[in-house]
Every structure is written in C-alpha cells, then in structure tokens.
Design a protein around this ligand. Structure first.
Ligand SMILES: Cc1ncc(C[n+]2csc(CCOP(=O)(O)OP(=O)(O)O)c2C)c(N)n1
Ligand SMILES: [Mg+2]
Length: 616
C-alpha cells in the first residue's frame, strides 16, 4: 500500500497546484503564478480554507469582479508566453457566470487558465440552494454548464477522488501547445469539503517543459517544394510565433531566404518594428506596405495564425489566384485552413527545419529589395498622422504618437477593443517580443485594465501602458483599485471621445444613422459629462485630465516617475481614424431599407464582396 494523506478535495487540489513547476531561463519556478479568488458560498468554506493553509506556497489574490480577475489571470499567461498561468475561483451562480466571457476570451486566444467555479451540492439534499438555477427536465444541469463550449476541458467534481484524473487532464491541456486553453473544474461545494485518503505520490513535485513538436517529413518536403517555387513569398507572423518564442528563428529564416514578414494583431512584435523585413501590420488594419505584398504574394507562409477575418481581409486580401498557403501551426485545425499545405509543428522548430532544408535558396532579389520602398512610403504616412497637434480634439493616432514619443518602444503596450486596436496595429512601433499585448481575438471591452494588471504581475520590472477608450473604461475599471492595493503600477491612457466611436463610424459606413453609439446620439435627459480623472482618483490612482497632446507627453514623462497607477485622460475626436493603409472588412449591410444611405452602402458592399475568394 502506498502512503496516503487525508485531505479535503479542496486541500488536495490546491496542494497539487502548488507542486506543479516549470523551468524558465534555467530556474525552477511554480507553474501557477497564484490563484485569483472572490469568495462566496460555494467556495469560501472549501477552497477558501484550503487556500489559506497554502497561502505561503500558492499566493491568493482578491479582485473586485470575477470577469476582471480572470482577465488578469489570462493576461498573465499571455505575458508569460503561456509558460506560466493562474487559476481563478468563484462562488456559485453569478460569480461563476461572471467568468464565462473570460473563458471564451482565453478559448479564442488559446491561452491557459484554470477556472474553479463553485457548483451546487452533489448530494442535492438542500436543493435548491441560493443562486442555483433549476432545470425542470435535467437534474444534472447547472449554470456552470455554460463553461462547456468555452473550455478546452470541462469536468464536474462530484466525488473527492475524481480530482486525481481531472487534474492530470487539466495539466495536459494547460501545457499542450496545440490544445492549450481554458480548463474548468466545476467544484460541487459539499465535495470541496469532503475528505479522502489521497496517495502521497499524487503530490510529488513535477516539472513541466514546453513541448515543441517537429514537422512531419512529408509535410516538410511539400512546404519546402512550395517555397522553392515561390517568386513572391510572404510570411505572416501570428501569435504562435510569440507563444513559441520563435522571434530569433523567424528573423534568421526571413533574412536567410529574403522573405518579407507581416504581422497579425496577435503576432505583432514578433520582429521589432525597425527590422528591415518587417512590413508590420497585415489585413483590415494593415499597413500599405504589408497589404501590397499580401495582394501579390504567390506563397504565403502563415505561422501560428488562426487566419481570422482581420488578417485575411475577410478572405479578399490575397489576390494572387495561383497562391499557395503553407500553414505552419502546432494545431492541425489551424494548419489546414483555406486549403493550406499543413506543416504541423512548433513555430521555432518548423522554421529551423524549413531553413535547413532550403539551404541557400533565396527569394528573387527584386521582390525582397522592393520591400524597402513600400516600408519607407508607409513610414512617411504614419509619421504624418501621428505628429503632434494643437487640436482640441485630436485623433487616436495623434495620441498614439504622443505615447510612443514619451514612452519609447521599451514598454509593454496593452489594448483590446474600440478604435484603438486598429490604429495601434497600424501605427505602434513595437520593440521586444511580447511588448505589444493585444487581445484582439475576442476583442473584449473591459479586458484592458485587468489585463494590464495581469501583464504587470508577469513583468513587474517593466512599464505597462494600457490604452483604453471611455466605453471600455466604463465597462470594467475596478481593478485600478486592485493595482493600487497590490502596488502594481500601470500607466493608463484613457481616450474620451464620449461614446462608442468606432461602432459609430462603422454604423455610418454601412449607411446607418448616428444612433445609440455616441452619448449625444442616445436617448437621454441629461448628457453625461463624466469626470474620469476624479473617478480614477477615487480608487487611489494618480489621475489627471490633460488639455492637449503636448500636455499628455509632459504628463507621461511624470507618470514614468510616479510610484503608483496613473490615469491620464484626454478628449479625442470620435469621427477620425487613419485612412492610410487598411483593407475592406465584411460587415453585412441590410439588403432592403427605407434609408437611401443604406441602399447605397449595400450596392457598394455587393461590389466589394466580389473580391472574396470562395472555396479556398
Ligand atoms: C464586451 C463587449 N461588448 C461590446 C463590444 C462591441 N464593441 C466593440 S468596440 C465598442 C465601442 C468601444 O468604445 P470605446 O471603448 O469608447 O472605444 P472607441 O470605439 O470610442 O474608440 C463596442 C461596443 C465588445 N467588443 N465587447
Ligand atoms: Mg469612446
């Protein structure tokens, strides 16, 4: 008989988590950076007691909103290139469901996070308990079933010993580069408190290493043959390049073969902005330099990208009818998209083997040399729109210019929703890998501040700059207080254009009337005039409304020296975005309407749709 230890299920679970390690830069560290927790019934007595016992080995952090704490956990994993992650535990009912949006965010962005929502009693004796939804026809259904479609692994723990296989499966998913995503272990509250004789071996320390699958021989040969036939090859770098930490291999490969590189939102900062072969953003929010090459490219090496519509211009960007796509991706589901030649492998390993097989092959020099002209022309355009101005209501681009001038490329810049992602994708000049942190897979309003907090936990020595619109700020700002409480400083630049500027512009572009987006166009008795600086200051931040672009630059210089979270508010123009670069995006326009503007937009839409490739 192996030795056992009598623990509650919750004690066993937390003890197991605390024994999971990984190795980063030669040092052994816990793979779980901690547990975010908001207690209530369904987790305070069980998990709460267990976390208290282990508070020195496994840190517990308290937030103000369950969605936000999950955002922080997810951003922590992203900023760690998925090598470390966190857990998030909630009470049953509303606390649990507050995390579902965050689960979807992690699912879409392929980021590891362990959800531990409390669930109803497995014994069902006190049913219905406070916060329990009752299904009239299914006694096994609880609200936590909402996690199923947005979890890569879901389990409901109804007996204490079930945690043993469940945690093994959880770790397998959290550490697998292809399957990686959210894991939900739904913890029935009575079972959390139930004791069991667990084998001691279950708690043995385990060190996890990043798995790096190498390419299949046949897939590699097909990819090499395709590349060797290319006259106009192009690389698209997606988030998988960063998760694989393949920037050096990417630079080596691109330089060796003379292939220009462009970047998705998730892949931006794979190469520094000033790398001569980096054409920067591609797609709907792309640079003219990158999109021109994408239109002509005959072989597209798509690395670590999901090829979502913003990257492919709703599948209308790649205009070369004879093109071949090579999908270098650790996940076969992504590698074969759009009839691509799949090359299933870790990005770094795949690039190294492609490079070795190509030997001295180089893309035609006319194609490679031409990239410099396009890049230069784009830089001239970008400099114009980001230059300083005295305008009372500057564009987002001017604010981006100010942040870049004041903070340089050495900071981590984080954003998620509104008009900023498009502008930043085009205009931000990223530095080191991971310094551009975009949540544009799910583009969740409210990720920004909580995400900034998670990124800062992962990189405590770096300046984390969060750029956010007034709409996103109002949706979820409570973790400003947490950042102050934890001494984790953020610099938050809030662009107040008094409403949902980007959706208002989209509404106008699709022929719609200005309706229900900017505050002035909404039903109201009193037009809101929100004092964001006072609001942020009330949570303990240093906060200031700045009068101009020059004022913002001065305030940012001061913010660098500030000891705690600083919020700088600037009024901006809701109607202006950067015309240069970009590509059409498929947003369905009504086929019939009493508005002539809608009918005109539909006509233009029907024309644009002819550019889309069908069947590829
Ligand atoms: C949670 C969530 N709800 C709705 C949306 C749809 N949406 C995308 S951007 C946006 C407006 C964002 O407003 P703001 O943060 O002020 O940025 P702006 O558009 O003004 O630049 C909305 C409603 C979303 N992305 N996320
Ligand atoms: Mg706004």
């Amino acid at each position: 008989m192996s030795k056992t230890i009598r623990l509650t299920m919750a004690q066993a679970l937390t003890r197991f988590l605390s024994r999971q390690m990984t190795e980063i830069d030669g040092s052994k560290v816990p793979i779980f950076g901690g547990v975010w927790a908001i207690f209530g019934h369904g987790n305070v007595a069980g998990i709460g007691e267990a976390l208290y016992q282990l508070r020195e080995e496994l840190a517990t952090f308290r937030a103000h909103n369950e969605q936000a704490m999950a955002h922080a956990a997810i951003a922590y994993a992203k900023a760690n290139f998925r090598r470390r992650f966190m857990a998030a535990t909630s009470s049953i009912g509303p606390g649990a469901l507050n995390m579902v949006t965050a689960a979807a965010l992690a699912h879409v962005n392929r980021l590891p996070v362990l959800f531990l929502p409390g669930d109803v009693f497995a014994n069902r004796i006190p049913d219905p308990v406070l916060q329990q939804a009752e299904d009239f026809s299914d006694g096994t259904a609880t609200v936590n079933d909402c996690f199923r479609p947005v979890s890569r692994y879901f389990d409901r723990i109804t007996r204490p010993e079930q945690i043993i296989p469940a945690l093994s499966r959880a770790m397998a998913v959290l550490t697998d580069p292809a399957e990686c995503g959210p894991v939900t272990l739904s913890l029935c509250q009575d079972v959390q408190a139930e004791a069991y004789d667990y084998p001691e071996s279950f708690f043995a320390e385990r060190v996890w290493h990043q798995r790096r699958p190498r390419p299949d021989r046949h897939e590699l040969a097909a990819a090499v043959a395709a590349l060797k036939s290319a006259k106009k090859p192009l690389i698209i770098a997606g988030g998988g390049v960063l998760y694989s930490q393949a920037s050096d291999e990417l630079a080596k490969f691109a330089e060796g073969a003379g292939i220009p590189v462009c970047e998705t939102q998730g892949g931006k900062s794979s190469l520094p902005d000033d790398h001569p072969l980096n054409m920067a953003a591609v797609g709907v929010t792309g640079t003219s330099a990158a999109n021109r090459l994408a239109e002509e490219a005959d072989v597209v090496l798509a690395i670590g990208t999901r090829l979502q519509d913003f990257t492919t211009g709703s599948w209308a960007l790649f205009k070369n009818s004879g093109k071949t796509i090579i999908g270098l991706n650790v996940q076969a589901f992504d590698a074969g998209k759009h009839r691509a030649l799949p090359l299933v492998a870790d990005a770094a390993e795949g690039l190294a083997e492609l490079g070795a097989a190509l030997k001295d092959w180089k893309a035609p020099s006319a194609w490679t040399d031409n990239t410099a002209t396009g890049k230069k022309a784009w830089q001239v355009e970008a400099a114009k729109v980001t230059a300083s101005t005295n305008a009372a209501y500057p564009s987002d681009a001017r604010v981006i210019g100010a942040v870049q001038r004041a903070m340089g490329s050495g900071v981590t810049l984080l954003h998620a929703a509104g008009g900023l992602p498009g502008e930043l994708h085009k205009l931000w000049q990223a530095g080191a890998p991971g310094s551009y942190h975009a949540e544009y897979g799910f583009s969740t309003m409210g990720y920004e501040i909580a995400g900034g907090l998670g990124a800062k936990m992962a990189k405590p020595d770096e300046e984390v700059v969060v750029m956010i619109g007034d709409g996103s700020y109002l949706m979820l700002n409570s973790e400003i207080a947490t950042s102050v409480m934890l001494g984790l400083k953020l610099t938050i630049v809030l662009l107040d254009n008094r409403g949902y500027g980007c959706i208002n512009r989209l509404q106008m572009a699709t022929g719609g009337a200005n309706f229900n987006n900017l505050l002035k166009d909404t039903r109201h008795e009193v037009l809101p005039d929100i004092d964001f600086a006072a609001h942020a200051a009330s949570m303990g931040a240093i906060a200031e409304k700045v009068p101009s672009i020059a004022g913002l630059e001065n305030a940012l210089a001061q913010a660098k020296k500030n000891p705690r979270t600083t919020v700088l508010v600037i009024d901006t123009d809701p109607l202006v975005s950067t015309d240069a670069g970009g590509h059409w995006w498929d947003v369905a326009v009504p086929e019939v309407s009493v508005r002539p503007q809608v009918n005109a937009a539909r006509k233009a839409y029907d024309e644009k749709r002819k550019m889309q490739t069908v069947g590829d």
